[in-house]
Each structure stands twice: as C-alpha cells, then as structure tokens.
Design a protein around this ligand. Structure first.
Ligand SMILES: Cc1cc2nc3c(=O)[nH]c(=O)nc-3n(C[C@H](O)[C@H](O)[C@H](O)COP(=O)(O)OP(=O)(O)OC[C@H]3O[C@@H](n4cnc5c(N)ncnc54)[C@H](O)[C@@H]3O)c2cc1C
Length: 422
C-alpha cells in the first residue's frame, strides 16, 4: 500500500485495538472509517482492570495446565471452563497446553518486550499530547501474595521480567504494608512492577476515538459489518448488516473476541476463544472500601484492585463459556470474597457497577497482528487476551506502519496470522 497515497481504510471494531489503529492511521493522513456495531469501547475495552502492564507475559506458562486441571470445573476458581461439548474449545485447550512451556514463555516475553517498551512511551505521548482525561497514573502496580509458594513463583517471574528490561522488585510483607496500609497482616510479600500504570480504559478509548475524529477519521457506531468484500485476491471493502456496501483499499479487522467468521471467510485459521472476565466497582467511602493508593493484583486469586476515579475496581477471573454475556453471580461474588482475604476496610458497601466482558485469547497466548496471507489489503489485529489495553496503542501504530509503509518498525514475526498453518 506504500505506493498508493491516501488509501481509504475501513477499521472494523471500536475497542482499544480498532480505535488505536484508526487513530494512528488518521494521524498519518490515511482516509479512515471506523465501524463499530454498538458504542465505542463497549466490548472488553469498556470495563477491564485498567492496568497497563509492560513486561507481562502470556497466560501460557509452565505449571498452568496442572493448576488449571485442579480447579477448572470449580465455578469459584480464577480459571473456569463451563462443562460443554465444544470441539473448537477442546482443540484450543490442546494447543494451549502445548504452549505452556518455559521455552515458549521465554520466547513470548522476548517477542512482547519491544512492544511493551514502545507502549510505555505511547501512553505518555497520547494521554498528555492529546490531553485525554482518563485518570492516567504511571505509578507502577503491585502483585501481592498470601502464600510463600505463590510468592516464590512470582519472584522467579520477576527475574524473567527484569531480564527483558522492565522493573520488577521483590518486597517483603512489611514493606508491602508500609506502601499500601490497606493490605492485611497476612500478606507475605509482593512484587512491584515499576513500569506499570493505571487508567480508566473506557475514558481512554472514547477519548482516543474522538481524537481520531479530529484527524479526519469518520467514526460510525451502530454499524455491523457482515462481510469483507473481495475481487480475486484483493480487498474491495465491506458489507454491512443493513445492506450498505463501503468501498475501501484496506480493511482492518479488530473485532476482539467476536466475529472470527469475518477473518475465517478470508481463510484465516487461528485458534481463538473468548475468556470472560468480570468487574465490580465500589465507591470509596470511609469504612466501606479500602483506600488503595496504587493498583494491586491479588496473586493467588488473579484479581486486580485498581483505584479508578472515585472508586476501586475489582476485576478478574477467566471463564471459558463461549461468546455470551451471561453474568454468573458466583464469579462476581468471588471478586469481593478474594479482596476480603487480602484487604482491610471492605465493609458491606454495594457495588456501584457490575460488568462482564470477553477477552480474545489465542491458544499460544500471543495476539495475531498483520496482513491476511493471500489477500491484498486485509489485516487482522486481535487476540490480545489479558494485554489488550497494555498493547492497544502499539498495535495501532504497528498496523498503521503495515498499511502505510508496507512493514512495521518492530519485529512482529511472533504475531503472524499464519503461525498455526496456512
Ligand atoms: C475483566 C477484564 C480485565 C482486564 N484487564 C486488563 C488490564 O488490566 N490490562 C490489559 O492490558 N488488558 C486487560 N483486559 C483485556 C482487554 O480488555 C482486552 O484485551 C481488550 O479490551 C481487547 O480489545 P479489542 O479492541 O480487541 O476488543 P473489544 O474491546 O472487545 O472490541 C471489539 C469491538 O468490535 C466490535 N465488533 C465485533 N464484531 C463487529 C462487527 N461485525 N461489526 C462492527 N463491530 C464489531 C464489538 O462491538 C467491540 O466493541 C481485561 C479484560 C477483562 C475482561
């Protein structure tokens, strides 16, 4: 596309990934139309934990399969697979387990590290340069633990994270409580991830979409894309569910955990499952909600507690139950119950908001970002799992480079679409 000036790019999906693509493309002068079937930032990007976590690895790691097998059918465990007959899910789980090795973890950390480094600077640039009001707090975050065993595992991982150039300091229980007095006496220690930050994800995404509009992007909501149109091996545009045809030189599919069919019809075969997560926000009132200063991830329970606006957001859990938004009360309760184990000052306050969203998870834990093999003008950017907010801006920048320069400025070989075969 580098030779064609001013290409018309249709970006499908108005989550953090699609909005970031639209923003960087429009900022560099492309004609952009962003199509979102609902509202901007209404998918997984709406209510996530708001933690920007550079250096963080994928879900796949050594020991994960064993851990999963012991808890996977329990509705109250952090990782839950709803029992059902689903050959796609079984295939996904088989591939997932194959990638739970130390070698893959190391390869993934190496592949993700340059993107993480870039994202730290991009967030600073976007939030400050574009003056996006989104409670951005570049103050790091903590992982905290109740057991020596889990702490030892996290300390080992902190070593890996440091090897890839990110700050990860092991702290004793006492040091943790000095920094966060809301933590209970029983906390045995933690890790401080220095390069992390927190943000209100919805305000960031809607703010960025508005800035994309200022650079000329047409942002259209309430438009469902039903197909990518092609002539031979070239993309010609999209068709909408309302029967509208939109011509385009380039189509970027950033539909998150939804609409894998759009990519499949272009011959893409990557193993993707939706992993549902929940949040509960509680307004900070004396004696009702812990006055957390900085985001804490409750290690054994994988629950994030993020101070956000005038609330604390409890967010987490991974539930493989297909593409649906059914809220399981037991899993929501689990968020508060976990927080009670680690934090003081949790009274009986009612939740201010409750929500669930779907993370797009590829079986090897890495996103798919790049051109669709065999089709000129088609790109996919999805599968960011637990790191979509973290990697959103850098993904948008890389996609804009693919489209406008013909190649991205960072090594993205690990994220190719054809890595699971043609
Ligand atoms: C509980 C929870 C906590 C999380 N915490 C964090 C965190 O702290 N840090 C982090 O980095 N990540 C976190 N994540 C992950 C992160 O939220 C996701 O990776 C990210 O939001 C994915 O962004 P996306 O743009 O790919 O998908 P989405 O935000 O889901 O956006 C996809 C959009 O595409 C639209 N769409 C789909 N099909 C069509 C169609 N055919 N036509 C038009 N539009 C369509 C959808 O309506 C949707 O708005 C968390 C996720 C959850 C659920």
């Amino acid at each position: 596309m580098s030779e064609g000036a001013d290409p018309h790019v249709v970006v499908v999906g108005g989550g953090v990934i699609g909005v970031s693509c639209a923003y960087f493309l429009a900022r560099r002068g492309a004609r952009v139309t962003l199509l979102e079937r609902s509202e901007i930032g209404s998918g997984a990007s709406f209510g996530n934990a708001g933690c920007i976590a550079p250096g963080h690895g994928p879900l796949n790691k050594p020991g994960r399969v064993k851990q999963a097998l012991t808890s996977v059918l329990s509705e109250t465990s952090p990782l839950y697979v709803a029992p059902r007959w689903d050959p796609e899910l079984l295939r996904w789980l088989r591939v997932f387990s194959r990638f739970c090795t130390a070698a893959h973890q190391e390869r993934s950390l190496r592949a993700l590290a340059p993107l993480s480094r870039e994202t730290i600077g991009l967030y600073r640039e976007l939030v400050r340069g574009e003056a996006i009001d989104c409670s951005y707090r570049p103050e790091g975050y903590y992982e905290v633990f109740l057991t020596e065993r889990a702490l030892a595992g996290a300390t080992r991982e902190a070593g890996l994270i440091r090897q890839h150039g990110f700050g990860a300091d092991a702290l004793s229980g006492g040091a943790m409580r000095e920094r966060e007095p809301a933590l209970k006496e029983r906390i045995v220690g933690g890790v401080f991830l220095r390069d992390g930050a927190s943000i209100d994800p919805h305000r960031f995404v809607t703010g960025l979409a508005e800035r994309a509009g200022r650079y000329g992007a047409a942002v259209r909501t309430g438009v469902t894309v039903s197909a990518v149109t092609t002539r031979g091996r070239e993309v010609t545009g999209v068709e909408t569910a309302a029967g509208e045809t939109l011509p385009a030189d380039v189509v970027v599919l950033a539909t998150g955990a939804y609409s894998i069919e759009l990519a499949r019809r272009l011959g893409c075969r990557y193993p993707l499952q939706a992993a549902k997560g929940y949040h509960r926000d509680r307004r900070v009132r004396v004696g009702e909600t812990p006055p957390l200063r900085v985001t804490c991830m409750l290690g054994e329970r994988s629950v994030f507690c993020t101070p956000m606006n005038d609330s604390v957001r409890f967010a987490g859990t991974l539930e493989f139950s297909g593409v649906n938004h059914v809220m399981r009360r037991s899993r929501l309760e689990q968020l508060t119950r976990s927080a009670q184990q680690y934090l003081t000052g949790l009274g009986e306050a009612r939740a201010q908001s409750e929500w669930c969203g779907l993370r797009p998870c590829i079986a090897d834990g890495l996103p798919v970002v790049g051109p669709v093999p065999g089709y000129r003008g088609a790109y996919v950017a999805t599968g960011h799992a637990m790191l979509g907010l973290t990697l959103g801006p850098v993904t948008g920048k890389l996609v804009s480079e693919y489209v406008l320069d013909g190649a991205p400025s960072l090594d993205v070989g690990a994220f190719r679409l054809d890595r699971f075969g043609p």
